[in-house]
Design a protein around this ligand. Sequence first.
Ligand SMILES: [Zn+2]
Length: 264
Amino acid sequence: MLLLSKVVSIYLVKRGMTLLKQISFFIGLLLFVGMAVACSTPPAVQPTLDSPETIPTLAPTAATVATAEPEPTEPTATAIPEPTADPELETIVIPIAIYILDDADGELSSGRTVADIEQIYERVNEIWSQANIELEVQTIQRATVPQDLLLRLNNRDFFSFFNAVNSGDIDLPSFAPIVGFYTQQLGGPNGINPSNSNAFFVMDTPSVFDERVTSHEIGHILGLHHVLDDAGRLLYSGTNGMALSDEEIVVARYSAEGLLNRVR
Ligand SMILES: [Zn+2]
């Protein structure tokens, strides 16, 4: 470039141009070249949605990368997945009160024993360890309930049951943030979490594992909805799937904190 300028300069001097004229000639030349380059530059490319400048940071942070595990490709229906939550995450302990429902003459009494329930919760805690959530069984007691109220549960009439609890017709000595009821029959489903309640019911002979039914209902109380496309997941209805997704772990932990702080 310098050499070129020198050659042009010598040529211009030979043509009899003064230094001042040479300088203005070069400025003019530079301006011309600059404009030509500007015009030949293709129009600026519009940022696409993939452009990092246009999307807020949705990329996983170091913390979420550490906890993320690939979804199992072929979920084993009966396997309890390895814990996926970050081991550094604080364990959230949720006290739970459990009642085994009986009627006065025993006809509709649950066949479960306190020992059965204790076993169920050992496995429930294995399932929920995926989210570093621990269900702390505060009490397991039998409660005698008027037979007509037990029969009403078969027709999804939980209102009458809760009314009787609130009025003291059903004597439940203690409560906890989550209350589980184990009853002989539920008129079809394995378990139910009546909407907007922190209680759930499980029947005596569910079609899937007991710990799965209980863990699934607890999932509903912790704000999780049904999953429709993956039978390996805990929130899929009617299978032995037990896996929680990373998103479900976040939601469940958030809901659990709310439950414990009585903000929901
Ligand atoms: Zn469900």
